[in-house]
Write a protein that binds this ligand. Structure first.
Ligand SMILES: Cc1cc2nc3c(=O)[nH]c(=O)nc-3n(C[C@H](O)[C@H](O)[C@H](O)COP(=O)(O)OP(=O)(O)OC[C@H]3O[C@@H](n4cnc5c(N)ncnc54)[C@H](O)[C@@H]3O)c2cc1C
Length: 288
């Protein structure tokens, strides 16, 4: 699949591999509920949230059996070349043509980064062993990756990742559209013309979001934080305000020409469906 700017926006949905049979059953229900959005692909995380390599493989193959365009994430930190090669061959054998290639994060206390230190090396390796078989997405950080030595260096490293053979990118979530456009403009100035799709995080629980944002370096603007804090345990107000600001963010991104939206669903359908309903995404599919 080739994504180009100036084409209709591409919508995609991200899940994590469930760890229990109950989680598997729930994920199937969630995917069925979200199918009306007709996403371009359904991505499945790798090694995040305590998930395992087998969890990603099983989830992706299960989706594929259900006729969905499943796209595995592949993170390389701590792995050997043989292990990564094995996974790539496995996906090729199952006719999977799209990957999200990542470095990942070493679990605390682990020192050996394995054969690949950065995602750019993984992208180059995938191209070396599988040519053009895969469409490769990589991660982008409009608000700067937490370990970057500087914002400028982060953008240069991002460009290297694209130059190594990535086709497009998906961003870390953000609530400040200016950060995204500034990042896109800086990449364009460096000659990166591939689509950089905004990652969208619907707001389910503010305390969870705040904790996670701290870790991954996503900023929650003060005005959003203060309002959310004032709602306390009033979950209905958190939900209503979260829906308003995330829908507004998506609408403004699309209006200004973002190449698509990638929703971090956290294996839930309700908020993503409601945001898409308000944006008119999937309307035609429901009607027809
Ligand atoms: C869309 C998306 C999906 C994700 N999915 C997953 C997932 O499924 N599983 C998971 O575990 N994690 C996932 N993550 C999180 C990701 O693994 C972490 O953010 C990780 O810390 C960085 O991964 P990366 O691929 O961006 O790394 P890289 O692109 O390698 O960058 C990591 C850091 O190293 C710096 N850097 C890059 N190259 C060099 C170099 N040569 N020398 C010095 N510094 C360098 C960069 O500036 C950056 O600070 C995802 C993130 C996003 C945005």
């Amino acid at each position: 699949m080739v994504l180009e700017r100036n084409t209709p926006p591409v919508f995609s949905l991200e899940f994590f591999p469930p760890k229990t049979q109950e989680g598997v059953d729930k994920l199937i229900r969630v995917q069925r509920a979200l199918q009306c959005l007709q996403p371009a692909f359904y991505s499945v995380t790798f090694g995040a949230c305590g998930s395992t390599r087998e969890g990603t493989l099983d989830t992706v193959l299960g989706m594929k059996r259900d006729g969905l365009n499943a796209t595995p994430h592949l993170s390389c930190i701590g792995a050997t070349k043989a292990q990564i090669h094995d996974i790539i061959d496995h996906y090729r054998a199952h006719d999977i043509h799209h990957l999200v290639a990542l470095r990942g994060d070493l679990p605390s206390g682990t020192l050996d980064s394995g054969a690949f230190r950065y995602a750019a090396e993984l992208v180059a390796f995938i191209r070396e062993v599988s040519g053009d078989w895969f469409h490769i997405d990589v991660a982008a950080y409009p608000e700067v990756h937490p370990q970057a030595s500087s914002a400028e260096d982060d953008i240069r490293r991002f460009k290297r990742k694209m130059d190594a053979g990535a086709n497009s990118a998906i961003t870390q979530y953000f609530y400040n559209a200016d950060a995204y456009w500034y990042f896109v403009d800086a990449c364009t100035a460096l000659g990166v013309s591939a689509p950089i799709v905004p990652g969208i995080m619907p707001i389910m629980s503010f305390s969870r979001l705040a904790r996670f944002s701290e870790m991954c370096g996503a900023e929650i603007p003060r005005w959003i934080r203060r309002r959310m804090e004032s709602y306390g345990d009033d979950l209905a107000s958190v939900r209503a305000f979260g829906l308003d600001i995330v829908t507004d963010l998506c609408a403004r991104l699309l209006e200004r020409g973002a190449p698509g939206l990638h929703f971090y669903t956290l294996n839930q359908s309700e908020l993503t469906l409601e945001i898409c309903r308000r944006l008119g995404i999937g309307e035609k599919n429901e009607a027809g």
